[in-house]
Design a protein around this ligand. Structure first.
Ligand code: MEV
Length: 327
């Protein structure tokens, strides 16, 4: 048996634009997916998944194409099947054990599809645990690359390296195309607001792509996000949280213009701004899910608790460590 965990993340800057080669700065947070893996002798894959918001379920199948008949959220099924299947394919590839099967148990305190990198955390932890179960240890860079390939395939070519790299290595990172590296970040007073919902990453990314193709100013908006990110990096390096916050507000406005915000995300962003947070923006693909705000006081959490549409609010510590090998 092998057990690994990997953290979720928030985007301080740059989601969506990163898909088109602009830089982005995600930051790992101490909310984790834990994946426990045990080798099976019959070559089958059995997945048991649980998260905070949904009852657990179990799926057992011999090939990747069987679709189980279970009555739970499609997104959870997809997470369990598509992402775990893809992760196990990577494990079979890297170890050369083409017919190996596993019992996989997933437990996550990262809400699915909510912009906190749940699928990347599951994939990173699954690849790490399953390779170790077979006696291999991947370096974080290779782990990140294998996890990226999994997301890329499941998301039909519409994925950047940001989520998977951040989840594998931890800390604050800078991603631009294939170049990913850790960056220095000051102590960040991160507050999350969650509307209880989830966006469809594939559809949201496709929506931005269509806008970019239709309007030159939408393509310019994507480029402008890249410029905001570059300024954001300087502000982070200088430890200037007020400037980081102003730039997060700007970044949210541009994402909103690209059609990926929602009424509840906007309401939470405005609640944080009215509470004098340094800044606030949606995180991840958008459409629903989470916002990230920076506020060292309790004002934003209090304001979010009274914001219609906000289901949950919590502080998040930066996760210095990426994947953790627990057993
Ligand atoms: C989704 O978490 C972030 C996007 O930028 C897509 C990606 O980078 O893979 C929207």
């Amino acid at each position: 048996m092998a057990l690994s965990s990997a953290p979720g993340k928030v985007y301080l800057f740059g989601e969506h634009a990163v898909v088109y080669g602009e830089p982005a700065v995600p930051c790992a947070i101490e909310r984790r997916a834990r994946v426990d893996v045990e080798r099976r002798t019959d070559g089958k894959l059995r997945v048991h998944a649980e998260d905070l918001t949904l009852d657990g379920f179990t799926v057992e199948y011999g090939t990747a194409t069987e679709r189980p008949d279970v009555d739970v959220s499609q997104s959870l099924i997809r997470a369990a099947m598509g992402y775990v299947d893809g992760a196990i394919e990577q494990v079979r590839d890297v170890t050369g054990e083409a017919d190996v099967g596993f019992d996989v148990t997933i437990e996550s305190d990262i809400p699915l599809g909510a912009g906190l990198g749940s699928s990347a955390a599951v994939v990173v932890a699954a690849i790490d645990a399953a390779t170790r179960e077979l006696g291999y240890e991947l370096e974080p860079d290779e782990l990140a690359e294998r996890a990226f390939r999994t997301e890329y395939e499941v998301q039909e070519g519409q994925a950047s390296r940001a989520d998977t790299f951040c989840s594998a290595t931890g800390g604050a990172v800078r991603v631009e195309g294939e170049n990913c590296r850790a960056i220095e970040a000051p102590d960040l007073p991160i507050v999350i607001g969650f509307d209880g919902g989830a966006g469809d990453t594939g559809k949201l990314v496709a929506g931005v792509r269509a806008l970019r193709e239709e309007y030159e100013f939408a393509a310019d908006t994507v480029e402008t996000i890249g410029n905001v990110v570059r300024n954001g990096e300087d502000a982070l390096a200088a430890g200037d949280l007020e400037e980081v916050g102003r730039l997060m507000n700007f970044n949210h406005g541009l994402l909103s213009a690209l059609g990926v915000s929602s009424r509840s995300l906007d309401a939470m962003v405005w609640a944080a701004r009215d509470a004098d947070a340094y800044g606030a923006k949606l995180t991840g693909a958008g459409g629903g899910g989470c916002i990230v705000a920076l506020d060292p006081t309790e004002a934003t959490e209090t304001a979010l608790k009274f914001t219609p549409g906000c289901e949950e609010t919590f502080r998040a510590e930066l996760a210095e460590e990426g994947v953790k090998r627990l057993e």
